[in-house]
Unconditional design. Structure first.
Length: 252
């Protein structure tokens, strides 16, 4: 879906790093630092690097879903275009049969963040219904599952899983696998339909929009969930084998 965001982004690094762009990047860094700091506060020093990373990732994931993507949902559902604003939109937007809403119709700080991202993917400026539908699941279900995972990790680490017997840590890895599958499917449904029609909403003429906004920030939710699926599979296999061994001993 088109918007009134320019499709000819500046090429200068100085021009690209405006106040809103710096704010969005700093907000992402703050989420990472907050997740790391909380991992230090709530996880035992004996926690392995892998488990600590899994905790940090899911807390960061939850913060991104609730704060950043949650603001996108709000503006896509409630920041309606005025008649004057709608008149500035392309004909295909003006002809829509529903009330048009989106970040480009608001002056709020978080709306301006999405206006910058919309320079790379135009669908995020004027709330594309498919993207909004996916983001409802991502924010509400994905964000909640990510928070639940951090709780399960903290609970298991505090209780010393290895001392509680086989299967005690199985639940967290099952939820991790479910969420990782959701993340990968969400990414697929966000971009593949767009690619199939020639990517009219994607702006790839600028290196920052292409490699930082489109590639880095989106494939981050491909590589890490893919790794978590791999780890989750082997953790569940190991838990299952251990549980089967314990059950066999009890029968004997």
């Amino acid at each position: 879906m088109s918007s009134n965001v320019t499709v000819d982004p500046p090429v200068s690094v100085i021009d690209l790093l405006d106040q809103t762009t710096v704010f969005s990047l700093l907000l992402t860094v703050v989420c990472v630092v907050a997740a790391y700091g909380l991992s230090i506060a709530v996880l035992a020093p004996s926690t392995t690097k892998k488990i600590r990373f899994v905790f940090i990732w899911h807390l960061f994931d939850a913060l991104i879903h609730f704060i950043l993507e949650g603001s996108f949902l709000y503006h896509s559902l409630f920041s309606f275009a005025s008649p004057e604003q709608l008149a500035l939109q392309p004909p295909e937007v003006q002809s829509l049969k529903y009330r048009v809403a989106g970040a480009v119709f608001s002056d709020a700080p978080m709306a301006k963040l999405w206006q910058v991202y919309a320079k790379a993917d135009l669908r995020w400026g004027v709330g594309d219904p498919t993207v909004v539908a996916l983001e409802i699941l991502t924010v509400v279900v994905g964000g909640s599952l990510a928070l639940w995972i951090t709780y399960l990790i903290q609970r298991d680490e505090a209780a010393a899983v290895s001392a509680r017997g086989a299967g005690f840590g199985r639940l967290k890895w099952f939820v991790i696998v479910v969420l990782a599958t959701m993340e990968l499917y969400g990414g697929f449904m966000t971009f593949v339909p767009e690619w199939l029609i020639g990517s009219p909403a994607l702006v790839t003429s600028n290196w920052m929009y292409k490699w930082v906004y489109l590639f880095f920030f989106n494939t981050l939710w491909v590589w890490i969930p893919g790794w978590l699926l791999w780890e989750g599979y082997w953790e569940l296999v190991a838990e299952g084998a251990s549980g089967a061994g314990v059950a066999a001993k009890k029968r004997v």
